[in-house]
Design a protein around this ligand. Structure first.
Ligand code: E9O
Length: 603
């Protein structure tokens, strides 16, 4: 699916701004033929939760309604008009002038529909019903319950099966874009680079809606100069003296795709792409032929007031803070991030592990955890989860959306599933097969392994190209004892290396909750001193292990979670506060990362 952009043949209308909003009242049916009976304001894009002062809005579980009026200029009405949501969290029913136009389930991927048939002259009314319900069929996974209160009202509750607040709303831009009737529908770009000859063959495949006499493709360099040209819907161009997309040193070409009719350009679309080669070989992650070392973060789309809504200023600041620290990468924990962020990472040279929203795939720990020291268990997770359909759908939608991004170097199929429980392999095998089949660029795959699934207990590491580990020695285990934490870290990493000598491994999480401003002579947990010591301990072990190819800490910044006795205004494992103020350890990590080269650190 192409990102909506304006070109010589396309117009984009942004519906961001103030919408009408209301919570759904179970006792009063909403008549979509009428304007919503509300004048409450809600800004889009943003979560609805933190824009209201009413606890019932912030904590609402169930359905909400959004509405906005708009007009499309007459001059555009002969065009194909597409209504497109960057995302709608988590399920949406979209009505135009009282008629259902499109329905979509899954809160982190875009969807769109042609709207010409329902469009009217003058004012149009766009109404959206959203659900934020999560259960055992959805991703992320939530524990969903319903009960009746004393007054006979239905009370819904989602207990997040994951550690971030269930923000919801119209989180990303809602746009109308136009195309001519005959239009370019999709573009798939697969660069194959010959590193020695410094040239690339770029396979281009163009899907069209309608008829063209010819599809012409021009490849432009960053100065807008033509470097190659071809025509056809399945074709290859060669770029000589190719500029590679490198970590923190990006280079983006543009494929200008034109649909020609009667000698004229009827539709044109510009798709940026980078040329780079990633492969996993002999325990290394090779980036353009050189061993790459991941330095960076797991993070969240999480800011004050906007919640999980798109905030491009925060995105720019976050990447600037990362680059200043010498970081080169991030994981889109724990769901696909906005298309705007992906495009920014392409431009800034930030390497991305692109994660699905498959988080919470685990039954509660209803067994003796020490059993995992001996091997896998059966905790019932894979009987209980009914997420296969949602999982397949989101893998399709994510790869379809992000396939051309140079920044994306690996897909993460899930975060911390119960890979220690019988049935895990059978659940994941077809999903890994699907992702391998769908990705035109054949990127490496991983899933992120939870600390409970050590080499003896894990059933799924055979499926991955890179072993990605979330580990908390010195925090959730050996709390406050970094000497023991160091031993545990070393012992486990050596065990993985021995079991899978060909597979590179990395940390995709490690961290310690830290209250900004709390200091301790005794290096107590939660103090800024402890956080720094914790990172120093981990670094020391990482540097001993040859196949250890990266460190992405948890978390970039403090973030909102559900209420819980382990969370004071959220998770405090940020090395920045939620306001992006540095905690003490930022200095240490900056020094370390600025002294580690992106390529060639571990030969
Ligand atoms: C997922 C992430 O969303 N990983 C969690 C992070 C955390 O801070 C969370 O925010 O809690 C860590 C999971 C650790 C599980 C350790 C179990 C070990 C028990 C012996």
């Amino acid at each position: 699916m192409l990102y909506p952009i304006a070109t010589d043949s396309r117009v984009v209308i942004d519906l961001s701004g103030i919408w009408n909003f209301m919570l759904e009242d179970d006792k009063q049916e909403v008549d979509v033929k009428q304007p919503l009976p509300t004048t409450d304001s809600m800004a889009v894009p943003a979560s609805f939760n933190d824009q209201s002062v009413a606890p019932e809005v912030r904590m609402h579980t169930g359905y909400v309604w959004y509405e906005k009026e708009f007009t499309v200029a007459k001059a555009l009405r002969g065009e194909r008009l597409v209504l497109r949501f960057g995302s709608a969290t988590h399920e949406a029913w979209v009505y135009l002038n009282g008629e259902l136009l499109v329905h979509h389930k899954g809160g982190f991927t875009p969807f769109e529909a042609e709207m010409n048939d329902l469009l009217q002259d003058g004012t149009n009314r766009l109404t959206v019903r959203l659900s934020n319900i999560l259960d055992y069929t959805t991703l992320p996974v939530g524990n969903y319950t319903e009960k009746e209160d004393e007054d006979g009202n239905l009370v819904r509750n989602v207990d997040e099966n994951f550690d971030f607040f269930n923000y919801a709303g119209l989180h990303r831009p809602v746009r109308i874009y136009t195309t001519p009737k005959d239009h370019i529908e999709d573009i798939v770009i697969v660069p194959e680079v010959d590193l020695e000859k410094k040239k690339a063959d770029v396979a281009l495949s163009v899907k069209t809606g309608g008829e063209f006499d010819e599809v012409r493709i021009t490849v432009l360099d960053e100065d807008g100069k033509e470097v190659a040209r071809t025509s056809g819907t399945e074709t290859t161009v060669t770029i000589d003296h190719v500029n590679l997309w490198q970590p923190l040193n990006s280079y983006l070409y543009t494929a200008k795709v034109e649909g020609i009719k009667n000698g004229e350009t009827a539709d044109v679309y510009n798709e940026p792409f980078g040329v780079r080669k990633v492969e996993v070989k002999e325990g290394k992650f090779l980036f353009n032929g050189e061993p790459f070392y991941f330095k960076g973060f797991g993070k969240h789309e999480d800011t004050f007031v906007r919640g999980r809504g798109l905030d491009e200023a925060y995105n720019v600041l976050d990447l600037n803070l990362m680059k200043d620290m010498g970081a080169n990468s991030l994981r889109t924990s724990h769901y696909p991030y906005s298309e705007e962020m992906m495009r920014l990472c392409d431009r800034e040279g930030i390497v991305v592990i692109d994660e699905t929203p498959a988080v919470g795939l685990m039954a509660s720990f209803n067994f003796d955890l020490s059993m995992l020291e001996r091997g896998a268990v059966d905790d019932g997770t894979w009987d209980k989860m009914d997420t296969t359909e949602a999982h397949e759908q989101v893998i399709r939608e994510l790869i379809d959306r992000d396939k051309n991004h140079a920044c994306v170097v690996m897909w993460s199929i899930a975060n911390e599933p119960a890979s220690y429980s019988k049935g895990a392999y059978e659940y994941f095998k077809p999903l890994f097969d699907l992702a391998r089949e769908l990705d035109p660029q054949n990127r490496p795959l991983t899933f992120v392994n939870i600390m409970l699934a050590k080499p003896k207990a894990d059933l799924c590491a055979d499926l991955v190209d890179v072993i990605a580990l979330n580990r908390y020695y010195g925090w959730y285990v050996n709390t406050g004892d970094l000497k023991e934490g160091e031993k545990g870290t070393r012992a486990e990493l050596l065990e993985w290396q021995e079991k899978y000598p060909e597979k590179p491994m990395m940390y995709t999480e490690y961290g310690a909750d830290t209250v900004a401003g709390m200091h301790s002579m005794y290096h107590e947990p939660f103090s800024e001193e402890y956080q720094e010591d914790y990172y120093r301990m981990n670094s020391k072990v990482f540097d001993e292990i040859p196949n250890f190819i990266g460190e992405q800490l948890w978390n970039f910044a403090d973030f909102q979670t559900k209420f819980g006795i382990m969370r004071v205004q959220g998770n405090k494992k940020g090395i920045f506060t939620r306001a992006r103020e540095p905690k003490m350890t930022v200095r240490y990590l900056s020094e370390r990362w600025n002294s580690i080269p992106d390529l060639g650190y571990k030969k």
